[in-house]
Design a protein around this ligand. Structure first.
Ligand code: KG4
Ligand code: ZN
Length: 356
């Protein structure tokens, strides 16, 4: 796979320097490791999902997440090096997720990344997790050229951004309360389903009747590009309490469908508004909720109507992964950090990043 960098560094004629970056992602409940090479593209990647660890608690337990990352990171690094037929001596930098995310989980990945960088005598690069998500479609064939509108929809984030280049991000709107993935997860919990809720609700919604329940469309009647999702979860709770022992399988599927329809419609309408307001015809969708098939179908219909185009990473790179961190690290390979001390940023503004 060829390097996507020259396309990414919009209108820049300068060739980026060669880098072969080991990327480590540990911001939440997935341990992801990958190697990205600026000449050869993605060489290999591996992921360990902690879903089983957290499922019985119905959500991520930060302390358990941190401990699991510590256990898994090094074996995954070994596996990826082997799978990619790479000698560790060929790595030119180690990129890691510096934030935002769970403090303990971030610390686990950062400490390992810094240690590896020191032992390999290469620099380290602290990557912004959301920048990683936003650039993930660049790992695919036909990457989106700048500028584009990015819709970032995950368990921790829900925002629209105008992207003019790497590090040139303007946040146009974001959630005022819950992230949309969080709303999927909480609604699933209310319905007595498992964790994470997104994929389960999405599967059930396929069997649901869209006519039976009507959920509100938060913030749609207001101008602007902000979102609000905590009301949808509360609406689900009210329905469940009202129906009590009539909650058969079909009813749960019908509620799941009504919830999903409302969540998807608000994302699609606000994305369309952003495309219109900024006169842009490319939309990039990233983050775990980007795996949702109903969202994909509705966005496809919307962009088709407008003569625009929507770009996604492959499904496995919609959710947290090491490949997006290795890629973002490669793009910032010149902004390296030789310092052995480290500091994670559990809260970190996307707009504070420097352009490359
Ligand atoms: O990007 P991600 O892996 O982690 C965060 O950075 O949060 O996103 C995880 C989120 C979870 O809330 C999960 O329920 C949601 O993405 N998700 C989905 C689907 N697959 C994952 N939500 C809706 N439909 C899906 N198919
Ligand atoms: Zn994420």
């Amino acid at each position: 796979m060829p390097f996507r960098g020259p396309n990414l560094i919009s209108n820049s004629s300068s060739q980026p320097q060669f880098a072969r970056v080991l990327g480590i992602e540990t911001s939440c409940d997935d341990t992801g490791v990958a190697i990205y090479d600026t000449n050869e593209g993605l060489l290999g990647h591996a992921l360990y999902s902690q879903i089983k660890t957290h499922a019985e608690y119905g959500g991520v337990v930060p302390e358990l997440a941190a401990r699991d990352h510590i256990r898994k990171v090094i074996p995954l690094v070994d596996a990826v090096l082997q799978r990619s037929h790479c000698e560790s001596s060929s790595i030119t930098a180690v990129a890691y997720t510096k934030g935002p995310g769970l403090a303990g989980a971030l610390l686990a990945g950062s400490a390992v990344a810094k240690g590896l960088a020191f032992s390999l005598d290469v620099p380290s690069i602290g990557v912004h997790h959301m920048e990683g998500h936003m650039l993930a479609p660049m790992l695919e064939d036909n990457p989106p050229p700048f500028p584009f509108i990015a819709l970032l929809v995950s368990g921790g984030h829900c925002l629209l951004a105008h992207v003019q280049g790497v590090g040139e991000y303007k946040i146009l709107g974001q959630t005022l309360d819950d992230a949309v993935g969080e709303a999927f997860d909480k609604t699933a919990k209310i319905l007595g389903l498992g964790y994470p809720g997104g994929p389960i609700i999405s599967r059930l919604a396929e069997k649901g009747n869209s006519e039976r329940f009507e959920f509100p469309r938060p913030m749609l009647d207001r101008p602007g590009l902000d979102f609000s999702y905590s009301g949808l979860k509360t609406h689900a709770l009210t329905q469940v309490k009202k129906l009590q022992d009539q909650l058969d399988e079909q009813t749960v599927a019908d509620i799941a469908r009504a919830f999903q329809d409302a969540a998807v419609e608000t994302l699609v309408v606000k994305s369309e508004r952003a495309l219109q307001q900024y006169n842009v015809n490319r939309l990039v969708v990233a983050g775990g909720v980007g795996a949702n098939q109903s969202l994909r179908a509705e966005l496809q219909a919307m962009v088709k109507k407008r003569g625009a185009k929507v770009f996604y990473p492959r499904i496995e790179f919609c959710t947290d992964n090491g490949a997006m961190i290795a890629l973002a690290g490669a793009l910032r390979a010149h902004q390296v950090d030789q310092d052995l001390s480290f500091q994670v940023k559990p809260r970190w503004s996307l707009e504070s990043l420097p352009p490359i």
